[in-house]
Ligand binder design. Structure first.
Ligand SMILES: Cc1cc2nc3c(=O)[nH]c(=O)nc-3n(C[C@H](O)[C@H](O)[C@H](O)COP(=O)(O)O)c2cc1C
Length: 375
């Protein structure tokens, strides 16, 4: 999340600070935390090479809950790291599973780029609908052949763009059609009436998440404040860049101030996060008939494809998941969204706003090396 440099300087009290901090602002990129974007593809071992792309997948709160066991030749077992779950906003680990689906699809594409096929068996030892557990999420065999996927070309440019979009620039129906064409579970709208309705639902559901202490705290608990913290823990919600670093270094931005509704950090954070929903210039979503773990994995694969297709079209996208979440305080939004987007039944697995926005930075990642079990 970004806060403009000018605004931060105003908050800190003026021009003299601006002069003193010019150098500071130019050195704040968390280079170490971004290294996996440069390391992707740079491994000798084919499995590591393909997995090094998969870690760049979108995933809830950037928790990167993947773990892989590579002890058997030509095979990887994918597990979920149960310390990286989000029990308050994602009580049944549905969204975490969707993120694992994004990971598996990017893995498939990275292998296919070299003509390599993968044979994936989902949940080979079964699954629990209520909670992910110690059993493997997927067994992956490097087997057979495949053909490259054109969407893979967007892998380094793909983002979840969490900024206001340009409300003077509509998204054309033909652009939306090109995006939703890449995923069979996807639908979308750029109709002004639908946009107005979905803006309000996504905005209100987000406000409830922020105003519900336990769900808001779940986010604060995984916030990385400033460059040093982001480099040390390249996951979670990264609040970096010069202005954020300065606020973190001066103590104005801290877990304590973020939990204090009277603080500037809380008020500005609230304003920044809620500035987005009402600027959606279209929406895309995915519905699955049933809501099994494999359905959630498929939804993730399709979300990754939609995200890459948006990139290819020059369109920004941000998942707006709050109305899809399964906790009591947002239940009315959940019902409203399902009535609207899945009138014949089923589960809305993803909902995102689309529009045009200036480019944003890559988000941090752990390198694949940090995710290999028994290495
Ligand atoms: C299942 C799922 C749900 C997500 N929900 C949200 C959301 O509600 N709001 C949001 O800003 N980003 C959401 N994201 C995007 C992640 O925050 C994002 O992928 C992650 O921070 C990594 O950033 P990147 O996609 O730019 O690489 C979601 C992603 C997934 C896969």
């Amino acid at each position: 999340m970004a806060l403009s440099r000018r605004k931060t300087i105003a908050l800190l009290g003026g021009g003299t600070i601006a002069a003193a901090t010019a150098g500071y602002f130019s050195t704040r990129t968390p280079t170490k935390a971004l290294a996996p974007w440069r390391l992707a593809g740079q491994y000798e071992d084919a499995r590591m090479r393909h997995l090094s792309y998969a870690v760049l997948a979108p995933n809830p709160h950037n928790m990167q809950p993947w773990l892989v066991d590579l002890r058997r030749e030509g095979e990887a077992m994918l597990f979920v790291d149960q310390t990286k779950l989000l029990p308050h906003t994602d009580p049944f680990n549905r969204q975490i599973t969707v993120g694992l689906g994004c990971f598996l699809e990017l893995l498939r594409m990275a292998a296919a780029e070299e003509g390599q096929g993968l044979r994936v068996t989902l949940f080979p030892e079964g699954f629990d609908d209520q909670a992910l557990d110690d059993r493997p999420v997927a067994r992956i065999l490097w087997e057979g052949a495949s053909t490259p996927d054109p969407l893979f070309a967007q892998v380094f440019e793909r983002r979840s763009t969490k900024e206001p979009y340009d409300t003077s620039r509509p998204v054309a129906q033909t652009t939306l059609d090109a995006i939703v064409a890449v995923a069979s579970t996807a639908k979308g709208t750029v109709s002004p009436e639908d946009i107005a309705t979905l803006r309000v639902i996504t905005d209100e559901a987000l406000r409830v998440e922020l105003l519900t202490p336990r769900t808001y705290k779940e986010s604060v608990d995984v916030m990385r404040l400033g460059k040093a913290e982001i480099n040390a823990n390249p996951d979670g919600i990264d609040l970096g860049g010069g202005p954020m670093d300065l606020l973190a270094d001066t103590g104005l931005l801290s877990p304590r101030t973020l939990m204090d509704p009277d603080s500037m950090a809380y008020k500005e954070g609230f304003k920044a996060v809620t500035a987005n929903a009402m600027t959606g210039m279209g929406f895309i979503w995915q519905v699955s008939e049933t809501n099994t773990r494999p359905d959630q994995i498929t939804a993730g694969a399709d979300w990754l494809r939609l995200n890459l297709a948006c990139t290819a079209e020059g369109v920004a996208v941000q998942p707006m998941s709050q109305a899809l979440q399964e906790y009591q305080e947002v239940a009315t939004f959940f019902d409203e969204v399902h009535k609207l987007l899945a009138p014949e039944g089923g589960t809305v697995q993803m909902l995102g706003r689309i529009g045009y926005a200036a480019p944003v930075a890559q988000s941090p990642r752990w390198p694949i090396d940090a995710k290999v079990l028994n290495a």
